[in-house]
Design a protein around this ligand. Structure first.
Ligand code: QAP
Ligand code: CO
Length: 167
């Protein structure tokens, strides 16, 4: 297991569109495990491969309190949505900033698991928010894209300054 480094907004690599995974190899399983380790260490509840500079369609989430319910989604696809809900979102790639985002309240997702088997998942509440947020990363989309330009520019400036200070 290894901890991976997380790209931060406004890094242009976060804007890349991820490619479908054609073969769930041991390498992909290891990447998923490393992403889970990285997410738990952060700590966070979701991480997309794009955030660790791997532009392939893989996300991991775990919204459990005990951090013992990892979900790995390879090539996730939303096949149904229902309703709408606003919830506060944050992102490991936008540290320290939280803003409300409106999204479908319930989703059904088709994906492939760590063993290469297809499955579907129905999600609502925080899990639905988290999966949609992480799937956005695979399209090069960030939660700050849903807020006002003024707020996004302010966050951009503050993060660039922080990144400069850290070297
Ligand atoms: C996405 O986000 C998400 O700013 C996952 O300083 C967020 O794990 C889905 C984090 C909210 C649903 C609701 C953010 C950690 C973690 C920060 C995360 C920070 C430290 C964010
Ligand atoms: Co994020």
């Amino acid at each position: 297991m290894a901890r991976l480094s997380i790209l931060e907004f406004p890094d242009p690599r976060l804007r890349k569109i991820a490619s479908p995974i054609t073969d769930v190899t041991g390498k992909i399983a290891t990447l998923a495990d490393d992403m889970l380790e990285t997410m738990y260490a952060a700590p966070g509840i979701g991480l997309a491969a794009s955030q660790v500079n791997v532009h392939q369609r893989l996300i991991v989430v775990d919204i459990s309190n005990e951090k013992n319910e990892p979900v790995i989604l390879i090539n996730p696809k939303i096949i149904a949505t229902e309703g709408e809900r606003e919830a506060e979102e944050g992102c490991l790639s936008v540290p320290g900033f939280y803003e409300p985002v409106t999204r479908p309240a319930r989703i059904e997702v088709a994906a492939i698991n760590r063993d290469g088997e297809p499955y579907t998942l129905v999600a609502e509440g925080l899990l639905a928010v988290c999966i949609q947020h992480e799937m956005d990363h695979l399209e090069g989309r960030l939660f700050v894209d849903y807020i006002s330009n003024t707020k996004r520019q302010m966050i951009r400036k503050k993060l660039i300054k922080q990144q400069r200070q850290r070297g």
